[in-house]
Design a protein around this ligand. Sequence first.
Ligand code: SF4
Ligand code: MG
Length: 325
Amino acid sequence: PAPLLEVRDLRVSFDTPHGLVKAVGGVSWTLSPGETLGIIGESGSGKSVGLEAIMGLIKSPPGHVAGQVLFEGEDVLTMKESRRRQLRGEKIAMIFQDAMSALNPALTVGTQIAEVYRLRRRCSQTEAERKAVELMDRVKIPSAKSRVRCYPHEFSGGMCQRVMIATALALNPLILIADEPTTALDVTVQRQIMTLLADLQREDGMALVLITHDLGLVAETVDRAMVMYAGRVVESAPVSALFDAPSHPYTRGLIRSMPRIDGASGALHAIGGTPPAAGRMPRGCAFHPRCTHRIDRCRAERPALRPVAPRHTAACHLVEEMTHD
Ligand code: SF4
Ligand code: MG
């Protein structure tokens, strides 16, 4: 099928007192209807900034966005703001980490859930409230009818995230983008929210983009994943291949440092060092200061993404040399 969303060579940089700083450097990916994609990275890897750019949320200046973001063939970056706003409401919906503070404490959850729906569909208050109850049922908020007039402070963190998801679903989007949707929640609730997202995705057939630092969530929820490091994609593969045969040393490090099912901590295998600060990008492969496999070439030359298997690409000189031998 033709892609729903196609990101081509997306670049984002910002003016700073120290000059122009790159946050995203040439990222490309596509999303087909109904597909699930995970974008994995530590904080500062460019995963959220890339998303903001895609949604046209980066102010210029100080931000500079280049490349193309095609939604059903139409470039989001160059379209009129009014059209972009329409797209954001109707076709592409987003949920974020901090649901509690994203909600307005002075309005009932029902009012907030149905707000966009009421404005776009120009319906009555009664109709809007009926819709809110329906959406609360869909995201499995118990006793929706009696709780539609509750205020956010009467809800737990997990229930607030369900309210945000209900809000996002109000206009039946084709794409749901979830940026660290469970990071602020405890482990049991995280699992419930991810199960809900996966169920809704299957029921609706909408495409899902899950942005997270948590590989466990990716493994359970999406079909394909992209690993980002220092503003670039370093590996991209179907999730099964990514976990069974990770190619990039950074991906392998992330997988080794995952907490294990037997309860043993993965902390022993944590990758040494820290990601580079924006504006202090190492030459060559950005991962080389932390990489235990580096060769001379890594300091001088940046590796390009290359195929290592069908639908599986990685950006590493070592991988490239091995696959060519
Ligand atoms: Fe390590 Fe070199 Fe591969 Fe970068 S290119 S991940 S430094 S081996
Ligand atoms: Mg983020």
